[in-house]
Design a protein. Structure first.
Length: 340
């Protein structure tokens, strides 16, 4: 006689499906909590700034200044976030920004006007990213060493081009982008470019195959290779992306400063790495957030602005920045232990 089917069996696929999707839900929840935490820190800083300097901190001009300063390093940080997510590092971003800015501000380049300066800055940035990518992906050089060599070479070449002098930008169409008359609804063009790069970066990371491959390479390069991902080519593309972001940032810096100098982009590599870390990007790769990195940039720039308005020492600002970085890493380690 045939035994009747167990009434509990049909429910098993449902339980399996629920279990299958639970990790994704928890991961999303952790990301949301991290983002909310960063927003809370930023809100607290705004409150502190408003209390300590109520007349100047919340002034429209000061808010525009904060966003404008965040735009340059913010775009560099977007590229850095992709590199770190893939398990790499780029110590040369500041030097690339300097080299691209001085190369684009040479007299010969300025004869070609706005287009010549923009294309030169981008091509120099992408070219440096190409060298980094080839050395790391196909040359087998450790990212730390390869990008450190680019840092030294880029700074040296920038110094040679300028001979230690400041190169002024003389193209009016470039300089006007930094003036209030060019603001769109009170928003500086530099901020709009930063917003566009942030949105594109978020879409690429979270909605494209390129983004998923970047995370896979950072999570486990060997597993990604066995899954059919060309790991070397992916790493090359990521350093090209970082170089592109540096080129765009160099052009914005020319608008903001009105000149190209071999000291441009000083310590950008450390600021970009720090912003990515406090934004939730793991230094070991495999996880990261564009939104978190951007919030990290805004937090650091806001701290810098508050310290400047209150005439506090730069040393104190650096100590506070270091404490924030350490706290962010400790939180990441605690989160990793909890989820393992």
């Amino acid at each position: 006689m045939t035994q009747p089917a167990s009434p509990t069996r049909p429910a098993e696929p449902h339980r399996a499906e629920t279990s299958k999707h639970r990790p994704k839900t928890l991961s999303t929840l952790r990301v949301d909590v991290r983002t909310l935490s960063l927003l809370g820190v930023l809100a607290a800083l705004v409150l502190i700034g408003g209390i300590t300097q109520p007349d100047s901190f919340l002034d429209t001009d000061n808010v525009q200044l904060i966003l404008t300063q965040a735009s340059v390093i913010g775009i560099v940080t977007v590229g850095m976030t992709f590199v770190i997510i893939s398990g790499g590092i780029d110590l040369s971003v500041g030097a690339i920004v300097a080299l691209a800015s001085v190369w684009a501000s040479t007299v010969a380049t300025q004869e070609y006007g706005f287009t010549g300066i923009l294309l030169t800055a981008i091509l120099v940035g992408v070219g440096c990213g190409l060298v980094n990518g080839l050395l790391i992906a196909y040359g087998g050089i450790v990212p730390f060493i390869a990008t450190l060599a680019m840092l030294a070479s880029g700074r040296g070449l920038a110094l040679q081009i300028t001979d230690g002098n400041t190169q002024m930008v003389t193209v009016d169409s470039v300089l006007k982008l930094g003036e209030p008359d060019s603001f769109i609804l009170g928003i500086p063009p530099l901020v709009l470019v930063f917003a566009a790069v942030t949105v594109i970066g978020w879409l690429v990371l979270n909605r494209t195959t390129f983004g998923r491959r970047s995370v896979a390479v950072g999570g486990n390069a060997e597993a990604a290779r066995l899954a059919g991902i060309d790991v070397r080519r992916q790493r090359l593309y990521l350093y090209l992306l970082s170089g592109l972001c540096c080129g765009i940032a160099a052009f914005l810096l020319l608008i903001l400063a009105g000149s190209g100098q071999n000291t441009n982009g000083n310590l950008y590599e450390l600021d970009a790495i720090a912003a990515a870390i406090i934004g939730g990007t793991l230094l070991t790769g495999g996880r990261g957030s564009i939104v978190g990195s951007v919030l990290g940039v805004l937090i650091f720039i806001t701290i810098q602005n508050i310290f400047a308005l209150n005439n506090l020492e730069t040393a104190t600002q650096q100590i506070a920045k270091g404490a924030i970085i350490v706290a962010a890493v400790l939180v990441q380690r605690r989160t990793a232990k909890t989820t393992s």
